[in-house]
Design a protein around this ligand. Structure first.
Ligand code: HEC
Ligand code: HEC
Length: 357
């Protein structure tokens, strides 16, 4: 018997086709509110305060000389101001130190995404002999002997025994309060026509059109949270050509001290040139980008657009969801604002007072 398509198969196929057509094209979206807090680690003031103490306390490193803030410096948007991280052995790490603003919205950690959650990430720098070099069990022993921490853990986690799990929960809760938005682009997307300069608007048209950046840098974080090979040259002895890395969020892109996983590029112009050439790696590996043929003026416009991504809001101080019942993404957050800066490449923060405790 000849096979005849049945009506429901046809309907299904039709639905699929329409669904495909209706699938949303990637677009830019404003960012605001609070990142999602996991149900098993709801935020409280006491926990966030404790996480902040731990983040900046060298009790968490082998020689008591380093803490998370040694590399993720508060006054440098939680970066280190270097092209790559600096190891305990007084030599460069193979990757740059990413900033931690908006890290609560990241869906995986590290440039290769090898860790999924902020909680899971916390033990990694301790276990790394070039970063903090301390057995997490030893960290817990130290903390249990410290009267200040015994009291603070008692307030943050009443009735619970101090474990590394709780250390991680506290630090992760603090990290989720570090946000950056209310950029010129956010204002523009929310309807403020005057927020972007004419050049930034032309840059936005390039970003979402001819230059194809939107393919990977989209949504409120300007990342698809996925991994791609974009032809970034590896350094001798480090990394392998063709490796895919996490699409970096472009929020605060002009505040960085170096660009790409290995800090290979020192300013935003080099990044634009890289994309314009269709990649920088000499290897035969085919990157997921192609030459763009941008004029010098178009490159300027792209830079103007990228400089509209510097946020003015940097810290949730209250208003994040409280208690396990309130963990929705985008819950309203009360915020501390600063005056913003003009977005010079690699510029340090004008007025770091908003980052004060
Ligand atoms: C020696 C410098 C150094 C220290 C100390 C350090 N980090 Fe990092 N951090 C880095 C580098 C470099 C990376 C990127 C590593 C990679 O991708 O493989 C990173 C990545 C991260 C990430 C992932 C961010 C992202 O966007 O993927 C988080 C979160 C983080 N660190 C938090 C911490 C915490 C919490 C501590 C303290 C417990 C800490 N770091 C200590 C240098 C450091
Ligand atoms: C095929 C996906 C893809 C496209 C298209 C793409 N990017 Fe990227 N972008 C990435 C990935 C992946 C990274 C991280 C690469 C790395 O770390 O080595 C990245 C990194 C960057 C960075 C560096 C951020 C940092 O802090 O290191 C900038 C800036 C950037 N892209 C801008 C752009 C611009 C501008 C365009 C359009 C001209 C563009 N990207 C097109 C995937 C893409």
């Amino acid at each position: 018997m000849r096979w005849r398509p049945r009506p429901f198969v046809l309907l299904f196929a039709l639905g699929f086709a329409i669904g495909g057509l209706a699938a949303e094209a990637p677009r830019l979206e404003p960012l605001s509110g609070s990142p999602p807090f996991p149900a098993d680690n709801p935020p409280t003031e006491a926990k966030i305060r404790l996480g902040e103490e731990l983040f900046f306390d060298s009790i968490l490193s082998g020689g008591r000389r380093r803490n998370c803030g040694t590399c993720h410096k508060r006054e440098l948007h939680f970066m280190d101001g270097l092209s790559r991280g600096w190891g305990l052995d007084e030599s460069e790490l193979s990757r740059k130190t990413p900033g931690l603003l908006n890290v609560g919205w990241q869906r995986s950690m590290f440039f290769d995404g090898r860790v999924k959650t902020l909680e899971e990430q916390v033990s990694k720098p301790l276990e790394n002999h070039r970063e903090m070099s301390l057995d997490p069990a030893e960290a817990v022993e130290r903390i249990r002997r410290d009267p200040f921490y015994v009291r603070s853990f008692g307030q943050a986690f009443p009735g619970e025994e101090i474990t590394f799990d709780l250390v991680a929960k506290a630090i992760a809760s603090f990290e989720r309060t570090l946000v950056s938005y209310d950029s010129d682009l956010d204002r523009h997307l929310l309807g403020d026509e005057a927020a972007l300069s004419a050049s930034a608007k032309r840059g936005m048209a390039l970003f979402t059109g001819k230059a194809e950046c939107i393919r990977c840098h989209n949504g409120p974080m300007l990342t698809d949270h996925d991994f791609h090979y974009t032809g970034v040259a590896e350094r001798d002895g480090h990394g392998q050509a063709g490796t895919k890395y996490k699409t970096q969020s472009l929020r605060d892109a002009l505040r960085r001290y170096s660009y790409m996983h290995n800090g290979r590029m020192m300013n935003i112009r080099q990044v634009i040139e890289h994309y314009d050439r269709g990649g920088s790696a000499p290897e035969s590996m085919q990157p997921e980008i192609r030459p763009l043929g941008l004029s010098e003026g178009e490159k300027d416009d792209l830079v103007a657009f990228l400089s509209s991504l510097n946020g003015r809001v940097h810290r949730l101080t209250e208003g994040f969801p409280k208690g396990p019942e309130a963990v929705a993404e985008g819950a309203p957050g009360a915020v501390v604002t600063d005056s913003g800066d003009s977005g010079e490449s690699g510029a340090a923060v004008d007025d770091p007072s908003y980052l004060n405790r």
